[in-house]
Design a protein around this ligand. Structure first.
Ligand SMILES: [Ca+2]
Length: 564
């Protein structure tokens, strides 16, 4: 559904079809065979320009038929991900844990046996590096499982009070965060239930680690270096804004939390990479407003753009550009110092490429479910062969393509959530806490069918990811973003420019978030009549005349246009 054509619109009609991926010199070929081991020169910020793919390992691919996805299953599908255009992987927690999601860790220096253990991780890292792909793992720094041996052997590793301290509340819902320790018995000790309470921000099963205790920080740094020695390329720091509480009950964004993040990155970076690892990437889960996210720019390398994610999904749910525009305005204010490509000397940390935009992740209803109807509605799973259902399936498909296009048009390092590229909707959640519904099993026969169809959503994703590996790679990843005024077109009409340098080549992204066709002009486009369309939805018509770009887009249509 994407096409690549250079169209000289003013001088004379000339259409030369070419493949951006094949013309790329900026990245390895997306050939499905393993690339020869000639790694590119080490880049301290290798992630800039890459496309990441978040995997929930237990639902991705099962290598041994026990019904549980595992790390060898991921290794077997690296070439499939490479063919899609994925550069690097983020794995949600792989450590031993009593839960399926794994965010309550019982051993920070081991891999769960059902995922294949440490040997499988070593194999996966080696197989990924052979393809120039990097592996980033979830690192749960804020809390452990209540079943971690530390909880009984080292109570000083946790945060205790004689009675609940009501100054400490859970920030997002004001819930109690103090929990009474259960009676626990091990082979050597029995710890009776006491009147003392421990801090557990998320739930009683995940006590917060006392990261003001130097012994705890040392233990966690030991674990980080354990993974680095095995070749792991980076860490997604879970709950990164909640690490160290203030004495007064401040739960988030304390000075001590900033200092801790900066320190562990410095200490890890001081150890040379081993086993083929690249310089370590630290990405923060800092789920809050953009200004606060930006305050972490000196502490971590990348931060997820939660506001942008909501803006894209809401714009598609509401058939309006407004939520996306508001999200971009917020990001512009937070990351106002511009782009490294534009040459702003102050931009080293707070530039636009600090952002890691995405659509949805493992903590959210999947985008295909949100856009198909209200999340949780049991009726959306009903089979309906009426014309209405067929139409809505077509609309959903178009919306998912526009979501992916918008994601690839934005600055920073984009993250996909596994199976978004095949429109997987996940299960209908049974209640508000049923987050397992976002982590349903990927059906590989569905992927195979989508790959075989050049008009499928998977194929659209492949074309869009190719933009990130073609000549526009640098400007899309690191260029400045300028929202452009649109003249006409209704509430769905949207335009922005991505610029490497002022008054030089730039990519203009035009889109229509409404459910009816849109015809509009984009002002302030300095073109010279040459308007190569890099990628576009079907039936999009773009022309450039008299310094205006004229767009005719179907419902949920889009186009990437390169202006020279
Ligand atoms: Ca398995």
């Amino acid at each position: 559904m994407c096409y690549h054509a250079r169209v000289k619109l003013i001088a004379f009609a000339r259409v030369v079809t070419f493949c951006l991926a094949a013309s790329s010199s900026a990245s390895p070929s997306p050939s499905p065979s393993p690339s020869p081991p000639s790694p590119p020169a080490p880049d301290a910020e290798w992630w800039r320009g890459d496309v990441f793919y978040e995997i929930y390992p237990r639902a991705f691919a099962d290598s041994n038929g026990d019904g549980v996805g595992d790390l060898r299953g991921i290794a077997q599908h690296l070439d499939d991900l490479k063919a899609l255009g994925v550069d690097d992987l983020w794995l949600t927690p792989i450590n031993p844990s009593p839960s399926e999601h794994g965010y309550d860790v019982t051993d920070y220096e081991d891999v769960a046996q059902d995922l294949g253990g440490l040997a499988a991780l070593d194999e996966l890292v080696k197989a990924a590096h052979a393809r120039h792909m990097r592996i980033v793992i979830d690192f749960v720094l804020n809390h452990s499982s209540v079943k971690h041996p530390w909880f009984t052997a080292h109570p000083e590793y946790y945060v205790w009070r004689d009675k609940p301290d009501d100054r400490f509340r859970r920030p997002w819902d004001n819930a109690n965060v103090w929990h009474r320790a259960p009676t626990t018995t091990t082979s050597t000790t029995t710890t009776p239930a006491s009147d003392r309470v421990y801090l557990g921000l998320f739930w009683s099963g995940m006590p917060d680690l006392n990261l003001a205790n130097e012994d705890v920080v040392k233990a966690m740094e030991h674990a980080l270096l354990f993974w680095r020695k095995r070749g792991v390329d980076g860490f997604r720091i879970d709950a990164a804004r909640y690490l160290v509480e203030g004495e007064d009950g401040t739960m988030a964004d304390t000075k001590a939390t900033h200092e801790l993040l900066a320190r562990i990155r410095r200490d890890v970076d001081a150890v040379p990479p081993a086993n083929g690892a690249s310089p370590a990437l630290f990405i923060g889960e800092i789920w809050t407003d953009d200004a606060t996210i930006a305050s972490y720019a000196a502490d971590v390398d990348l931060a997820f753009s939660f506001g942008i994610a909501k803006g894209i999904v809401d714009s598609l749910a509401d058939n309006s550009r407004s939520p996306l525009v508001e999200a971009l305005q917020s990001a512009e204010a937070a990351f106002a110092v511009g782009s490294p490509l534009v040459g702003d000397a102050r931009s080293s940390a707070r530039d636009v490429s600090f952002q890691a935009p995405f659509l949805t992740n493992h903590d959210m209803p999947r985008i295909a479910r949100v856009l198909a109807g209200s999340p949780g509605s049991p009726s959306d799973a009903a089979v309906d062969v009426s014309k209405t259902a067929a139409t809505s399936a077509h609309v959903l498909d178009a919306k998912l393509r526009l979501a992916a296009a918008t994601l690839m048009a934005l600055p920073g390092t984009p993250f996909l959530y596994y199976a978004e590229e095949v429109g997987m909707a996940g299960a209908a959640p049974r209640n508000a806490h049923d987050d397992a519904s976002q982590r349903t099993h990927l059906e590989w026969r569905d992927v195979a069918a989508e790959r075989a169809d050049p008009h499928s959503l998977w194929s659209a994703y492949r074309e869009l990811l190719a933009l990130r590996h073609g000549p526009a790679r640098e400007v899309l990843a690191r260029g400045a973003l300028e929202r452009l005024h649109v003249d006409g077109g209704g509430r769905g009409a949207f335009a922005m420019a991505r610029s490497a340098k002022p008054d030089q080549a730039r990519v203009v992204f035009v889109a229509n978030f409404a459910d009816a066709p849109a015809v509009f002009d984009v002002d302030a486009v300095v073109g010279r009549g040459l308007a190569p369309v890099l990628c576009a939805s079907p039936v999009a018509v773009i022309s450039v005349e008299k310094e205006k770009l004229h767009a005719t887009l179907p419902a949920f249509g889009f186009a990437f246009v390169e202006l020279e």
